[in-house]
Ligand binder design. Structure first.
Ligand code: CMC
Length: 392
């Protein structure tokens, strides 16, 4: 009631207090629960970071083992969930499938719909969701190929299990490659949380109506899909491929991005909060060089990406607007070196972001935040009298 502050796009409006992720956009600093992203990406594992984000502390060996084994208990997905795949057209986008399948999990786990969940049930849903997400993501990929799905092998850790289910093939022995597993851990860690971005705010606002965890995360997945958000990682590779097919003239494409009459934007560039550099992009660029070299992959689009960055960073348009490569600029080049097709990239972002979404949902619940309900300034017609259709 009373005075309404207008901030379209929430450019400068805090919607919550949070103790999960610290982000300083001017200085390019990102920390999860106080730990610098650089240290976590170098030393930690994705599952350890998931624990850190959700429970606030780095786990002891015992806590980590118990977290991993609780997750392992739930890696199987209800067999009836497979029937959904018969309904999706074979070329349907993996993100559409993922948001539907995660939303559907609520129907398979009715205990999650009870009001006032106990902390034990909340933990159970968290374990289930983390476990089933990786199985579902791998199945989406397998189904897109027309291949049989793989069932989880719980002797593996979370990331290895995911890569096994995704890439194991009935005709060949699956070999665990530590370079691949470590690359995947690093990428998932770098995506694991990013304070109040579009999808996370969506998860919090949907959850604030007391909608269940699966519904809230499914909404977050839908928000992530957009090319201005997580969908940018797919858009970047498509852009780089287009530039390559067009002869690799980076200046031409930089000029297109600067042209206000041209809708083209340099995908993977710019960020609402980072105005100096995106620390995740720095780590990923370096990882990209290392991983491609380790795997013996030579990808021409990496050279195009580097040339684009070099030209953009010297160009007054990008300098004045403080536009730098973001997390999505180089990540896709690694994903495809690991064997993922382009339309799976945003799904991998979602897999990585899941612990962050869960941590933010849990924090919102624990803080007993009220339902999210922004106000507006009305700009429509004032008084009008209804006229019958013949009289219009
Ligand atoms: N290429 C060309 N111009 C750009 C770009 C770009 N990628 N990004 C911003 N600008 C310009 C924009 O046109 C505007 O210019 P002017 O002031 O002359 O009107 C100025 O820079 C400020 O941009 P904005 O759109 O007002 O900034 P925003 O904070 O609302 O948007 C953004 C941030 C990330 C949506 C935007 O930079 C963008 O569209 N980038 C490309 C998509 C992308 O890479 N998204 C991934 C973001 S990071 C990971 C994630 O969130 O998932």
């Amino acid at each position: 009631t009373g005075y309404i502050t207008l901030d379209i796009g929430y450019k400068n409006t805090g919607a919550t207090k949070s103790a999960i992720t610290f982000l300083d956009g001017e200085q390019g600093i990102l920390k999860y629960r106080g730990y610098p992203i650089e240290q976590l990406a170098e030393k930690s594992s994705f599952i350890e970071v998931a624990y850190l984000l959700i429970y606030g502390q780095l786990p002891t060996t015992e806590q980590l083992n118990s977290f991993q084994s609780e997750i392992n208990r739930h890696t199987l997905v209800h067999e009836d969930m497979k029937k959904f795949f018969d309904g999706f057209p074979s070329k349907s986008h993996p993100m559409g499938q993922l948001s539907s399948l995660i939303g559907a999990l609520a129907a398979f786990n009715p205990e999650s719909l009870e009001p006032g969940l106990s902390p034990e049930i909340v933990d159970l849903e968290i374990h289930k969701l983390i476990a089933k997400m990786s199985t579902i993501v791998s199945w989406i990929y397998k189904k897109s190929l027309g291949h049989p799905v793989n069932y989880p092998k719980n002797k593996f850790d979370y990331v290895t299990n995911f890569m096994y289910m995704t890439f194991s093939h009935p005709t060949e022995e699956y070999e665990v490659n530590p370079v691949v597993i470590s690359a995947m851990n690093k990428l998932l860690i770098l995506h694991a949380d990013h304070e109040q971005n579009c999808s996370t705010s969506t998860v919090r606002i949907v959850g604030s109506s007391d909608a269940n965890l699966y519904a809230s995360i499914s909404a977050g997945i839908s928000a992530l899909w957009g090319p201005l958000h997580g969908g940018a990682n797919q858009a970047v590779i498509e852009m780089l491929e287009k530039i390559k097919a067009d002869g690799g003239d980076t200046d031409k494409w930089i000029n297109k991005a600067k042209d206000k009459n041209d809708p083209f934007r340099l995908m993977g560039f710019g960020h609402r909060v980072y105005k100096n550099f995106d620390p995740r992009a720095k780590i990923i660029k370096k990882a990209c060089d290392d991983i491609l070299e380790n795997l013996g992959v030579n990808d021409e689009v990496l050279d195009i990406a580097k040339r684009l960055e070099e030209v953009a960073l010297k160009d007054p348009y990008f300098v004045e607007r403080k536009l730098y490569p973001n997390v999505d600029f180089y990540s896709g080049i690694i994903y495809r070196a690991l064997g993922f097709p382009t339309d799976m990239f945003t799904v991998l972002f979602a897999l990585g972001r899941l612990p962050g979404w869960i941590a933010q949902w849990k924090e919102m619940k624990e803080n007993k935040e009220p339902i999210g309900r922004p106000r507006q300034i009305y700009t429509g017609a004032t008084d009008r009298n209804y006229t019958d259709i013949q009289g219009r």
